[in-house]
Design a protein around this ligand. Structure first.
Ligand code: G1P
Length: 284
C-alpha cells in the first residue's frame, strides 16, 4: 500500500515514483531485460493502473513529440513500451509475497523463473541475475541473492543459514527465517529482492501457512525447499551497487547516487552537492 510514502503514494503507486526521470519500476524492468528476461509478469493490485499505462504506447504523446522533432524525449517515451513483453495479473488481496508469487503459477508453467522486488534497484554495471541464473542452471533448485547486514538490520529481511559449497561459487542455504530479531538470526546474510526459483516452489507455497505478519511468506516456502527433495537452495552474495527505494531516506540516497552518476546531470549536480554539504567557511 506504499504507506511509507504517504501522502505521495495516495493516488500514485509507489513503484511509479520517479527516481530522477524514470519511475522506479522501469529500472527493474530494464534490469530484467538486460539479463535476457523479455517476458515479464507484474503482480499488481488495486490502484496500479498507471503501471500498465507507463509500459504501454501513448500514440497521442508520441505524435506531439514527433511533430516537434523532439527525438530524445520521443525515444524516452517509447523505450518503456518496447523493453519487454509485459503481462499483468492482479493479486486480489495483499496476502504476502509468497501469495503474490503464487499468482504467477499459471503464467510461469514448469520452468525456472526470476522474481524481482520493486523496492531494490541493482546497478546494471553489476549484473546479478545472469550470475544467479547460471548458479540455478548448475545446481538446480532455487537461488536467492544475499547481502551481509549488521545485526540491528536482520529484522528487516529474510535471513539465511548457510554453509560453503565445494566450488565456492555460491553458499548452500540450509534454512531461512523471515525478519528475525538479532538474537534469532541464523547469520548476517540477508535476502535482497532477487530470486531465481524452480517451479516446485509453487507446490510448496500452496501448503505454506501464514507466517510473519500473518502473511504467506516466500521465505517460509524457501526454508521448506532447502530441506526438501525439490531443493537445493543456494545463495549468491551480492557485493555490487544496490539502491534501496523502499523507504524515504533510502529513496533519497538512491536518487542522489544515481543522479551523481548520470552523464547528463552528474557533473553539475556533483559540483552543486559538494558546495551544499561543505561547511561554511569560518566568519561567514
Ligand atoms: C521481502 C521479503 C524478505 C526480503 C526482503 C528484501 O520483505 O519477505 O525476506 O529480505 O523483501 O527486500 P519486504 O521488504 O517486502 O517486507
Amino acid at each position: 500500500m506504499g504507506t511509507r510514502f504517504l501522502p505521495a503514494s495516495k493516488a500514485v503507486p509507489k513503484e511509479m515514483l520517479p527516481v530522477i526521470d524514470k519511475p522506479a519500476i522501469q529500472y527493474v524492468v530494464e534490469e530484467a531485460a538486460a539479463s535476457g528476461i523479455l517476458d515479464v509478469l507484474m503482480i499488481t493490485g488495486r490502484n496500479k493502473r498507471p503501471l500498465e499505462d507507463h509500459f504501454d504506447r501513448n500514440p497521442e504523446l508520441e505524435e506531439v513529440l514527433q511533430r516537434k522533432g523532439d527525438r530524445a524525449r520521443l525515444a524516452g517515451v517509447e523505450a518503456a513500451s518496447v523493453l519487454a513483453d509485459i503481462h499483468y495479473v492482479r493479486q486480489r488481496e495483499a496476502l504476502g509475497l509468497g501469495h503474490a508469487v503464487l499468482c504467477a503459477a499459471s503464467h510461469v508453467g514448469d520452468e525456472p523463473f526470476a522474481v524481482l522486488l520493486g523496492d531494490d534497484l541493482i546497478d546494471p554495471r553489476d549484473p546479478l541475475l545472469t550470475h544467479m541464473a547460471r548458479i540455478q542452471h548448475k545446481y538446480g533448485g532455487s537461488v536467492v541473492a544475499l547481502m551481509e547486514v549488521p545485526p540491528d538490520r536482520t529484522h528487516l529481511y529474510g535471513c539465511a543459514d548457510v554453509r560453503p559449497t565445494a566450488a565456492g561459487d555460491a553458499l548452500r542455504i540450509t534454512g531461512l527465517v523471515e525478519k528475525p530479531a538479532p538474537s534469532e538470526a541464523p547469520s548476517s546474510y540477508a535476502v535482497i529482492g532477487r530470486y531465481v526459483l524452480s517451479p516446485e516452489i509453487f507446490g510448496l507455497l500452496r501448503s505454506t501457512e501464514p507466517g510473519r505478519g500473518g502473511e504467506i511468506q516466500l521465505t517460509d516456502a524457501l526454508d521448506e525447499q532447502a530441506s526438501h527433495s525439490s531443493g537445493p537452495v543456494h545463495g549468491v552474495v551480492f557485493t555490487g551497487r544496490r539502491y534501496d527505494t523502499g523507504d524515504r531516506l533510502s529513496y533519497l540516497k538512491a536518487t542522489v547516487r544515481l543522479a551523481c552518476e548520470r552523464d547528463d546531470l552528474g557533473p553539475e549536480f556533483r559540483a552543486w552537492l559538494g558546495e551544499l554539504v561543505q561547511p561554511a567557511p569560518v566568519g561567514t
